[in-house]
Design a protein around this ligand. Structure first.
Ligand code: FAD
Length: 409
């Protein structure tokens, strides 16, 4: 198949969809990217994410002029891309339990990462995928969107996140594609103290981020998220805070009620976590995150005309910081396969089979591991046995030598 014959339909403009289109754009392959929301970050709440083992793959995938801007969006712009130890601390005493090593990593806010990956990418907003049809007598697919738009293309790539509509087609039913809720009440907050002294104090010991594990079965997390007026204006610094505990989530609670619950738990924490949470302003919006998972398994890719990438393929709890790293890895592998098709080295059906043969076991392993890790981190007697303590941020085994090389440190 020549490059001119390819038209790739990408569904979902999260980081995975945007990154996929960056790679297609770089290779000169025609794409159409559809997003159900009416604008970028329309209803999504903010959080920060650590990119570590997949950073070399991100560099390979993004056009050089886009990748060059990556250090500018780092949560902690004073260090940018750097190596170090991620602090996991004893919630009650504030003492370090362990430092999880990472080499050449950085933490980024989701909104800025999306904006970076959207540079130069054409996004068609307000279009939710509702159906995919395959004409068995010819190549290609037809995607139908909520506003009645019909689009034909060579293939559909589902980058539509944890509750993927594309996954329903791939699995043949909504039931088989359904996620399982991870039994946790996970809150995310965006906080500015508006006070230079307070902002400086909470970063003194852990300048970028830390994870505090409580003996009372919850975790508290804080990261600098951005410095709108620069490092010399702490009064404007913005923080990502999160607190989560096992149990059923109650969606009916108001922001002030959630905040009161969080502060009641924070009262027993050691410094700096105690102050960081107790100082949160009264009008803080306490967003509840949807933490759910689906254990990756083979699907019908309709002779290479449909596949899944990123959270659509392997939604997982975030407590080992793996989701986005796997999204990046998926995109990198898939693009190599598609390029092989353009070069005439393989057929589309073969390329997608090869991609899924590596990705599905990798996703399955990581989702299972992240579920186990999420449970153990909230059980004080088991935290030392958890995957993040035993394996750090390194990916699990189902990996090619490329990633193994990039995570040796
Ligand atoms: C609190 C938290 C912390 C995290 N920390 C880390 C970390 O430190 N390191 C790490 O590697 N990962 C981390 N992750 C995971 C990471 O955020 C995700 O893996 C990644 O953002 C997934 O991106 P995505 O583009 O695949 O999915 P999404 O961001 O969910 O994007 C999917 C897009 O598809 C759109 N869409 C959905 N349905 C349709 C449809 N029918 N039609 C059209 N569009 C549709 C959605 O509107 C959305 O824009 C964290 C996650 C959370 C929640």
């Amino acid at each position: 198949m020549s490059i001119q014959d390819l038209h790739v339909i990408v569904v979902g403009a999260g980081i995975t969809g945007l990154l996929t289109c960056q790679g297609l754009r770089k290779a000169g392959i025609r794409y159409s990217l559809f997003e159900r929301d009416v604008s970028m970050n329309y209803r999504s709440n903010e959080w920060t994410m650590a990119i570590h083992w997949a950073l070399p793959l991100l560099k390979e995938t993004l056009p050089a002029e886009v990748y060059a801007n990556l250090p500018d969006i780092a949560c902690n712009p004073t260090v940018g891309i750097h190596s170090g130890l991620y602090p996991i601390i004893n919630g009650e005493t504030g003492d370090l339990i362990t430092g999880v090593p990472y080499k050449d990593g950085l933490r980024v806010p989701r909104s800025k990462m999306r904006a970076l990956c959207a540079q130069g990418v054409n996004i068609q907003y307000g279009k939710a995928l509702v159906d995919i049809a395959f004409n068995e007598s010819s190549n290609g697919v037809i995607a139908t969107f909520s506003d009645g738009t019909l689009v034909s293309g060579t293939m559909v790539i589902g980058t539509d996140g944890p509750r993927s509509r594309v996954r329903e087609t791939a699995m043949g039913s909504a039931e088989k594609a359904a996620v399982t809720k991870f039994p946790i009440f996970h809150t995310n907050m965006t906080v500015s103290y508006g006070d230079a002294e307070k902002a400086r104090y909470v970063r003194q010991k852990f300048p970028t981020s830390y994870l505090a594990l409580s003996q009372r079965s919850f975790h508290a997390f804080q990261s600098i998220s951005s410095m709108p007026d620069g490092p010399d204006h702490p009064e404007s610094w913005i923080f990502h805070m999160a607190m989560a505990w096992l149990g059923d989530s109650n969606n009916m609670m108001s922001y002030p009620e959630r905040l009161a619950m969080i502060k009641a738990k924070a009262e027993g924490l050691g410094e700096p976590a105690r102050s960081a949470f107790m100082w949160m302003p009264d009008d803080t919006e306490v967003h509840k995150a949807d933490i759910s998972y689906w254990i990756s398994q083979p699907w019908n890719n309709h002779h290479g005309r449909l596949t899944l990438v990123g959270d659509a393929a392997h939604p997982m709890p975030p407590y080992r910081g793996q989701g986005l790293n796997h999204c990046i890895c998926d995109v990198s592998h898939l693009l190599k396969g598609i390029l092989g098709v353009c070069d005439g080295n393989t057929t589309l059906a073969e390329a997608i089979d090869v991609y899924e043969k590596e990705m599905i076991p990798r996703g399955k392993e990581e989702v299972s591991c992240s579920v186990e890790n999420g449970m153990m981190l909230h059980d004080w007697n088991k935290i030392q046995e958890s995957p993040v303590f035993r394996r750090g941020f390194k990916p699990m085994d189902g990996h090619s030598s490329v990633e193994k090389e990039s995570v040796k440190a």
